[in-house]
Write a protein that binds this ligand. Sequence first.
Ligand code: BDR
Ligand code: CA
Length: 329
Amino acid sequence: MAEKKKLILNCDPGTDDSLCIVMGLMHPDIELLAVTAESGNLTSDKSSINALKIMELMGRSDVPVARGMLHPLVRPHPSDPYSHGQDGLGNHFFPEPKLKVVDKHAALVIIDEVKKYPGEVTILCTAPLTNVALAFMLAPEIIPMVKEVYHLGGSYGVTHYAFSNATGDNPMSEWNVYVDPEAADIVYGSGVKLTTIGLDVAFNPEWVNILPETLAKLEKVGSTSARYALEIIDYVDRNNSLPDLFNNGPIDTVSMCTVICPEIIKTKEINVAIDTSDSQLTRGMTIVDCRNHFMWDNLHKIQTAYTIDSALYNRVFFEAITGLKYDEV
Ligand code: BDR
Ligand code: CA
C-alpha cells in the first residue's frame, strides 16, 4: 500500500473549508497531521471552534486543532463580505464542541510537524497565509523541509471569472490574499515549492460544479459526511453569486482534491507580485507579469493552475467525502 500523504490543513472554516476537513479525515490516502485555524472568513477563535465542531460531527478526536493569529500580520481583520452563514458553517448551528484546541499556537504546530517529518509534509492553505508566514519567520530552517504548499488564493487572469468573482473588499483581489497580503508575500517569496489555485479557476462553473450524477451518488450513500456535503453544496447553490449560471462548487475543495490527486489540475509557471500597498482599489491583488519582452526578475516565480479536469474533480470529491469508490456506488 502506498504511503499516506502527511498533511497540515491551514483553514478558516467556512463552509468549503469544513468540507476539506471532512475529506482530510475520510480519504484513505491522507494522514491529517493537524488542522491549524486562521483568521479569515471568521477570526481564529471562531474558525477553530468550527473545526472542532466538524471533528465531532465526524466522531474524530485524534487530529489536533490549533488556533492561530486573531488578526493578519500587520493589519486589522476585515469583515467577510461573502457570507458563510451566521455560524460560518452554512447555518448548521452545531452544538458547542466538547473537544478543545491544543495548547500550542498554530504556527508552532506547523513548525513542529514539519521538523518531525522533514521532506514529507504538505501544507494546504484554504485561507489567508498568516500562520504559515509566521511559522516561516519564526523558523526559516523549516522552509526547505516542507514538501510543498498549495494555496487556494489569488487570481491570475487565467479565465474571465478573474474579477467577477473577487471576494476581497475591492474589485481586484481574492479574499485569502486580500486579508493578509503581507503574509502571502512572505510565503510566495520564501522559495518553498508553491502551487496556487486562483479563484478564477476554482470558481469557474465550467470546471468545478458538483454534477447531478455525483449529487445522486451522495444521496444514495446518505452517510453523515455525504449528507453534510449535500447540505453545504445546497447552501453554496442557494447563495450563488453568479445568478445567470448554475454554480454549486465549494471553492476550497478543489485544492483538497488536488492534494489527493494532483492530476486534477494543470499548472504553469508565472511571475507574480502581491500588492501590499494600502490602495483601496488593488490591495491584495496578485499581479502577473506576462510580458515576454520585459520580465522583472524580482517577482515571485510560482506554479499556478490554469485548468481543472471537472470529471476527475467530481470523482475525487465523492471519494474523499464518502471514502467509497465512485464507480462502485
Ligand atoms: C476563499 O474565500 C473564502 O470565503 C473561501 O473559504 C475561500 O477560501 C475564496 O476566495
Ligand atoms: Ca477558506
